[in-house]
Design a protein around this ligand. Structure first.
Ligand code: DAT
Ligand code: MG
Length: 138
């Protein structure tokens, strides 16, 4: 079963969107294989977003992702990485279609509610950052 890392970002948690978002994945037929709430340290945030270091939005992104509790999940299923990314909608919610998570719940790229791994190698790296092997259901 393919696995991907999903984060409901601090804006999504603060706005009470966790149930809605988890429910969408479950109704689609994806499985929640691990789930926890946590507040990221700056070091964890740097590691998670290492590919964006040096970009103009990086400091703001780190401030935002560490600003409060988030929900981290491992989501599994056939083509889970692509299916989750499609359900999320594009990075900038201004171009996200209604029916996508960002298209229904977000307006700004700075507060776009959700993260999903963008490739198999990202998913492996990101799942390892957030979960120990024994925390992930089979
Ligand atoms: P995604 O979250 O869709 O994988 P990404 O990996 O390109 O997008 O960027 C990670 C996050 O960084 C994104 O969710 C929001 C923020 N971000 C990306 N591009 C940005 C920009 N041009 N201005 C502000 N924030 C940006
Ligand atoms: Mg990304």
């Amino acid at each position: 079963m393919e696995k991907t890392l999903v984060l409901i970002k601090p804006d999504g948690v603060a706005r009470g969107l966790c149930g809605e978002i988890i429910s969408r994945f479950e109704r689609r037929g994806l499985r929640i294989l691990a789930l926890k709430m946590m507040t990221l340290s700056r070091e964890q945030a740097y590691n998670h977003y290492a590919e964006h270091q040096g970009k103009p939005f990086f400091d703001g992104l780190i401030d935002f992702i560490t600003s409060g509790p988030l929900v981290a999940m491992v989501v599994g299923g056939e083509n889970a990485i692509k299916v989750v990314r499609t359900m999320m909608g594009p990075t900038d919610p201004a171009g996200a279609a209604p029916g996508t998570i960002r298209g229904d719940f977000a307006l700004s790229v700075d507060n776009n509610v959700i993260h999903g791994s963008d490739s198999a190698s990202s998913a492996m790296r990101e799942i390892d950052l957030f979960f120990a092997a024994h925390e992930i259901m089979k």
